[in-house]
Design a protein around this ligand. Structure first.
Ligand code: FMN
Length: 339
């Protein structure tokens, strides 16, 4: 029976424990998308604090694919050097590190470019009406995901996570709420999935064969008009067949209503996808009670536990959890004197 602080291996990715830092936009990038010292300290301190796996925030594969103009970009070779500095630091402290490849679609608020989506439907009245993508433009975005994956490999990342959740572009294509196309990208479940599948295939062309590919999904959309958990479990099975190695199970974001949040509020979704799609999963969502995180791993409900807000509050959450669970975990350097 594995525990939270046991190692985890997936293809060539070897983690010292099963604690992941969940991707979190910092809104601290330069407007050209390059990272700043904020990111270096932010990610570096969680690596020092003992998380086995750091996931860099949603990073735009296009400028107009960033949520805001202070988000990280991976749409230019100029972005590689700053990211590599973060990767090297995290590696020096024993953490593995991935980057989330993202396109914000109709939820982009980058002000100098129009936003785009499968259909010209605004997310809410507070958002701009997006431009409906042509088939050629869709193909160009698939290419942009491919080029971004290549840059991630060049920067030394151990893996990449395709952001297919939270009502951003890939999720928009998957969702009957945002996708009302009647061409080859909409109208039937297979057509709703087409864009996601093309992104998966294109990204796989760029990453080494022993590098696992992760995908974040919204398990449910909290709307009768959206897809169901059963449907997402089925989609996850198909993502697996297309080459995704692990699903990061989140929820919501397709409608402007926040999901109910309580400890482990997405754990049952992760458990179902793990079982029905037969794929390793990451669970996330108010998992910072160490005993709850431990339970999720011990009982095979999830393979990794991702922590977001808990790591904003306590960069050394992994050490805090280890202490609570009675697990030995040495802090680096003189930090060990603090315990
Ligand atoms: C400040 C902040 C920024 C976030 N940015 C991202 C992001 O870039 N990509 C993503 O998939 N989720 C993002 N999330 C969602 C988290 O990764 C996580 O799924 C969510 O906060 C639930 O986990 P928690 O209860 O541990 O905070 C963000 C959350 C926060 C609080």
């Amino acid at each position: 029976m594995p525990t939270l602080f046991d190692p985890f291996e997936l293809k060539g990715l070897q983690l010292k424990n099963r604690v992941m830092m969940s991707p979190m936009c910092q809104y601290q990038a330069n407007t050209d998308g390059t990272v700043t010292d904020w990111h270096y300290v932010h990610y570096g301190s969680r690596a020092v604090g003992g998380v086995g796996f750091v996931m860099v925030e949603a990073s735009g594969v296009e400028n107009r694919g960033r949520i805001s103009s202070r988000d990280v970009g991976i749409f230019s070779d100029d972005h590689i050097a700053g990211l590599k500095r973060i990767v090297d630091f995290c590696h020096a402290y024993g953490a593995k590190i991935g980057i989330q490849l993202a396109h914000a679609g109709r939820k982009s608020e980058v002000t100098d470019e129009p936003n785009v989506a499968p259909s010209a439907i605004a997310f809410s009245e507070k958002y701009r009406v997006p431009k409906e993508l042509t088939v050629q433009e869709i193909e160009e975005i698939v290419e942009a995901f491919g080029r971004a994956a290549r840059r991630a490999v060049q920067a030394g990342f151990d893996t990449v996570e395709i952001h297919g959740a939270h009502g951003y572009l890939i999720n928009e294509f998957l969702s009957p709420i945002a996708n009302q196309r009647v061409d080859e990208y909409g109208g039937t479940p297979a057509k709703w999935m087409r864009f996601a599948m093309e992104v998966i295939h294109r990204v796989k062309e760029e990453i080494p064969s022993d590098m696992p590919l992760l995908m974040r999904v919204s398990a449910v959309e909290y709307s009768e008009e959206g897809y169901s958990l059963d449907e997402m479990a089925e989609m996850s099975k198909q993502f697996k067949e297309a080459g995704v190695d692990m699903i990061d199970v989140s929820s919501g974001g397709s409608i402007p209503v926040a999901p109910p949040q309580f400890p482990g509020y997405q754990l049952a979704f992760a458990e179902k996808i793990r079982k029905e799609a037969g794929i390793p999963v990451i669970t996330v969502g108010r998992m910072e009670c160490p005993q709850l995180a431990e339970e999720a791993i011990r009982h095979g409900r999830a393979d990794l536990v991702a922590i977001a807000r808990g790591l904003l509050k306590d960069p050394y959450w992994a050490k805090t959890a280890a202490l609570a669970l009675g697990v030995e975990m040495e802090m680096p350097g003189v930090y060990k004197l603090g315990y």
